[in-house]
Design a protein around this ligand. Structure first.
Ligand SMILES: *Cc1c(COP(=O)(O)O)cnc(C)c1O
Length: 239
């Protein structure tokens, strides 16, 4: 591995996040090794992603298909092993083929229609596509996800799709200044997973928690936290 430039702020940020993840896990009586850090690299330059690989990160989350594709194609020839790409944005059906081609785990399946399309594209590639189901637990217009009442029916349909492997649930709570206010949403997602487990669906993963609230999410059982700005700095928002 190449030496990390001295005083790299990214390296420091990675270290700090791992310490915070570990502390939150231990507070909740969990093993820190159960929690996967997904570095959210939307809007982040390819060079910074490469630097973060050198700092030890392996899981990356993107929410724009085209931007992600370009970066993945630039990074792939470097031949780093063990990288995993996570699609965390809203997925349109007409982008399903690209998502299946480039992503190891799609976090945002939220309808039977979308699931069927991803299943079809996965079959064409001879791939078993790993997915999470995004659940919408708030009534914010802007958020995607299946309402919790629809979860059982969706799980049943996905269970019949041969090229999909549902591994867990994902949610994005409303933004709160105080992370404590997001706790009921995280807890709710965990209870939904427990219900699904009782009905025989082997959902292990809970993708929940972002820069502002990941420690609370870990206390409530998160197995994947999606962290962008705490690692790479605030994103410039478009006009
Ligand atoms: C942008 C984004 C994140 C990361 O957000 P930060 O607050 O920068 O950590 C996590 N999850 C999803 C779905 C996102 O779109």
């Amino acid at each position: 591995m190449k030496a990390i430039s001295s005083g790299s702020t990214l390296f420091e940020a990675v270290k700090t996040i791992y310490i915070r993840i570990s502390r939150a896990a231990l507070r909740a009586g969990r093993s820190p090794g159960e929690i996967r850090l997904i570095a959210v690299t939307k809007t982040v330059r390819t060079e910074a992603i490469v630097e973060s690989i050198e700092a030890g990160l392996r899981d990356f989350g993107e929410n724009r298909i085209q931007e992600a594709r370009d970066k993945i194609l630039k990074i792939a020839p470097r031949g780093e092993s063990g990288l995993a790409w996570h699609y965390i944005g809203h997925l349109q059906k007409n982008k399903a083929a690209t998502a299946v081609e480039f992503f190891d785990l799609i976090h945002s399946i939220d309808s039977a229609d979308l699931a069927a399309e991803v299943d079809r594209k996965a079959r064409m590639r001879g791939k078993i596509q790993r997915i999470l189901i995004q659940v919408k637990l708030s009534d914010e217009e802007s958020k995607h996800g299946i309402p919790e009442e629809g979860l059982d029916a969706l799980l049943e349909e996905i269970g019949r799709m041969k090229n999909l492997k549902a591994e867990g649930l994902m949610t994005i709570p409303p933004f709160f200044e105080m992370p404590e206010d997001a706790r009921p949403y995280f807890r709710r997602l965990r209870l939904l997973r427990e219900g699904a487990l009782r009905r025989g669906y082997p959902l292990r993963e809970l993708s929940m928690g972002m820069s502002n609230d990941f420690e609370t999410a870990i206390e409530e059982g998160a197995t994947m936290v999606r962290i962008g700005s705490c690692l790479f700095g605030e994103r410039k928002t478009g006009p």
